[in-house]
Write a protein that binds this ligand. Structure first.
Ligand SMILES: NC(=O)c1ccc[n+]([C@@H]2O[C@H](COP(=O)([O-])OP(=O)(O)OC[C@H]3O[C@@H](n4cnc5c(N)ncnc54)[C@H](O)[C@@H]3O)[C@@H](O)[C@H]2O)c1
Length: 343
């Protein structure tokens, strides 16, 4: 490829490139967190485009630069339209642009819902792994049964290999049944039960993952949870501020997650400070703070979802595509220099 060429990657090509590469994906996400925590990144706030009189739909821009061995800039532009499900389409669709950190030139444009789902799930699985320490996880509870929790199951089976039972709950029984069918294909040693509400999940799971499309808190107490339960609050807005304030809180980035009416943001508004956030996952992974000072306390991981993670996996997809000659190269994407033009 020349400096003025650009590589296009389709979603299906990325799925193929990432096949059987869960360990590399986990490693890329882990090191992105570590690099970000060391300060070798630039992460402006995500920008939310919303529509008048419409609380549900949004398109978010996530610009970022990630240093370390990645040394790439770029932006993810991701749309979330929950109503798509009823039309038989995916809720999320996304595009990622990778820019060279040397020239600024866009090097690749790729479909990014696959990358987004994998980086989100990998980050939750890494958090569960580091927060559980020596604790064995056998039962995983899943609230919300879309793509994000499906990918989360896949990565958690790697980082918490003793998981034997999945308890699943969704407002839609049909979605829960589809999810059960897909998870059963992942491993036939898994016991999977659909439960009728969250309580059975709270009572019986060591790790619970929320990936719903709730826009406002709908869980106001978690007293039925076992001591030491790890809650992966991927969807960010399910838990009431009182629940957040009662727990050991770990986030991906304190400034980022304290925005956009997340449960962390609501808790901050209630108490007027962020002292209830104990650590970032990057600092835990770098060994700067302990992963779990009190094993009996319920731990809540709230990841806002950082653009640096998309860059890390986008760069991995780009590297693999170049090595395997995949994707479509558009030659001479950039115009000829203006001094050389005829007019
Ligand atoms: N933090 C991050 O980095 C990050 C990244 C990607 C996605 N997300 C979030 O993850 C969530 C899930 O994404 P997805 O693609 O799997 O969505 P999806 O629309 O495919 O599935 C969401 C499911 O949640 C169910 N649901 C909604 N409200 C519920 C409730 N109160 N209780 C139980 N189930 C409920 C819906 O019926 C649906 O089946 C979204 O909110 C998305 O914004 C977060």
């Amino acid at each position: 490829m020349n400096q003025d060429d650009i590589l296009f990657l389709k979603g299906d090509e990325i799925i193929t490139l990432f096949k059987n590469r869960d360990q590399e994906i986990l490693q890329a996400v882990k090191s992105a967190y570590q690099i970000h925590a060391q300060g070798d990144s630039c992460l402006p706030h995500s920008n939310f485009l919303r529509f008048p009189n419409n609380e549900k739909d949004r398109i978010i821009a996530l610009p970022a630069y990630l240093g370390g061995g990645v040394n790439t800039a770029g932006i993810k532009w991701i749309a979330s339209f929950p109503g798509n499900l009823a039309l038989g389409m995916e809720r999320a669709s996304a595009v990622l642009i990778l820019n060279s950190a040397q020239t600024g030139h866009a090097q690749a444009i790729m479909e990014s819902s696959v990358i987004s789902a994998k980086r989100t799930a990998a980050s939750a699985a890494i958090a569960a792994q580091s927060l559980r320490g020596q604790q064995t996880v056998t039962t995983l509870g899943l609230i919300g049964t879309g793509l994000i929790n499906f990918e989360t199951v896949r990565f958690l089976l790697t980082t918490c290999p003793n998981i034997k039972t999945l308890l699943i709950y969704d407002l839609s029984l049909e979605r829960a049944e589809q999810f059960k069918f897909k998870c059963q294909q992942l491993s036939n040693r898994l016991e999977i039960a659909i439960v009728s509400d969250e309580h059975a999940i709270f009572e019986n799971s060591e790790v619970i993952s929320f990936a719903t499309t709730a826009t406002k808190p709908h869980i106001s107490d978690i007293y039925k949870c076992r001591p030491g339960t790890i809650i992966l609050h991927i969807s960010l807005r399910d838990l009431a501020p009182s629940v957040i304030l009662s727990a050991d809180n770990i986030v991906d980035d304190v400034d980022h997650v304290s925005r956009a009416q997340t449960s962390i943001h609501l808790a901050e508004q209630q108490v007027g400070n962020r002292d209830f956030i104990r650590a970032t996952i990057g600092d835990i992974l770098n060994g700067v703070v302990p992963s779990r000072p009190d094993n009996s306390k319920i731990a809540i991981f709230s990841p806002f979802g950082l653009g640096v993670l998309d860059l890390a996996l986008g760069q991995l997809a780009y590297k693999l595509a170049r090595e395997q000659n995949q994707g479509t190269t558009i030659e001479s994407f950039l115009p000829i220099p203006w001094l050389e033009r005829e007019e």
